[in-house]
Design a binder for this molecule. Structure first.
Ligand SMILES: Cc1cc2nc3c(=O)[nH]c(=O)nc-3n(C[C@H](O)[C@H](O)[C@H](O)COP(=O)(O)OP(=O)(O)OC[C@H]3O[C@@H](n4cnc5c(N)ncnc54)[C@H](O)[C@@H]3O)c2cc1C
Ligand code: FES
Length: 270
């Protein structure tokens, strides 16, 4: 749950650049947006100036610097297509920060990050936050093909160690990031100072959560769910957890691996 104030903000577009096929980085000037947002939290963005589409769309906070917010997004439908057509000076209405983000307590020494596809989006802020606490970071990152691997320069510039996988073998190891993770995963630190953070497709997250639980390592996974309100009222985003149904938009999107039900019936395969 968010302990930060939630604001509705009219943000002004300052940049909207294509960074890969059908993938854009939107930069918004949003002075009133709370500075204390956590990595892993998200915003609900209005993707229209009319009533259609009516529902806001959810996006991870990708960057937060000075008065600016960044969103890394892929065009998959009407809302994201509208976003891709925004130009500097346009105004976008958003609500946030929402949900519960990643937790780096207790103090960590090493972090393993696992990202699949667009799951890299919240990791820029997470890397910045972990590095400010002196945490060493290794990122396992997988995508369908080389062109879908995003943020590599930024991660290298931040001295994050990278292990890459692509399903077609065009960059890094051929196969899924979960195979790469299983192959290279080592418990390198006492459990208390070592943690896994994962974001990507649900089947990948549940696989990473199973590996983490098997090794008794703390692990946070950031889930996605179709969201109507994003504010905890419609109950449209619930998932089954060990303590009953929980709302991805309020109790999540970040859940501890321990809290999830990890049997096959709970997993959505994309
Ligand atoms: C907490 C959270 C954080 C997210 N962060 C990002 C991000 O940083 N970058 C990004 O590109 N996307 C992110 N998403 C997904 C994003 O919300 C959807 O891609 C977006 O809502 C699609 O809107 P649309 O109108 O373009 O597509 P629509 O026309 O609504 O749908 C197009 C297709 O996408 C599918 N779809 C729509 N929403 C989702 C969803 N939430 N999960 C899975 N499939 C969906 C639909 O079933 C349909 O097949 C996030 C979602 C959540 C819940
Ligand atoms: S999206 Fe409405 S309760 Fe989560």
């Amino acid at each position: 749950m968010s302990f930060f104030p939630i604001r509705q903000v009219k943000a002004r577009v300052t940049g909207n650049h294509q960074v890969a096929e059908a993938t854009f980085r939107l930069v918004l000037s949003a002075k009133e947006f709370p500075a204390a947002a956590q990595p892993g939290q998200f915003i609900m963005l209005r993707t229209s100036t009319t009533e259609d589409p009516l529902l806001r769309r959810a996006f991870s906070l990708h960057d937060r610097k000075d008065d600016h917010l960044g969103i890394l997004y892929k065009v998959v439908g009407r809302g994201t297509d509208w976003m891709a057509r925004r130009r500097p000076g346009d105004v976008i209405d958003l609500i946030g920060p929402l949900g519960r983000g990643f937790s780096s307590a207790p103090p960590l020494r090493k972090a393993l990050l696992v990202a699949g596809g667009m799951g890299i989006a919240p990791f820029r802020l997470l890397v910045r936050s972990l590095q400010s606490e002196g945490v060493e970071i290794l990122l396992f990152y997988g995508a369908r093909t080389a062109g879908d691997l995003l943020e590599l320069e930024e991660m290298e510039a931040a001295s994050v160690s990278l292990l890459l996988a692509t399903e077609d073998g065009s960059r890094g190891e051929k196969g899924r990031v979960t195979e790469l993770f299983r192959e290279h995963f080592r418990k390198v630190e006492p459990s208390a100072s070592f943690k896994i953070f994962a974001c990507g497709p649900q089947a990948m997250l549940y696989e990473v959560a199973r590996i983490a639980l098997g090794q008794e390592i703390a692990c946070d996974v950031s889930l996605e769910s179709q969201m109507a309100c994003g504010l905890g009222t419609c109950m449209g985003c619930v998932i089954a957890t060990g303590s009953g149904y929980q709302r991805v938009c309020r109790e999540g999107p970040v859940f501890s691996a321990q809290s999830l039900l990890l049997d096959e019936s709970a997993v959505k395969h994309e």
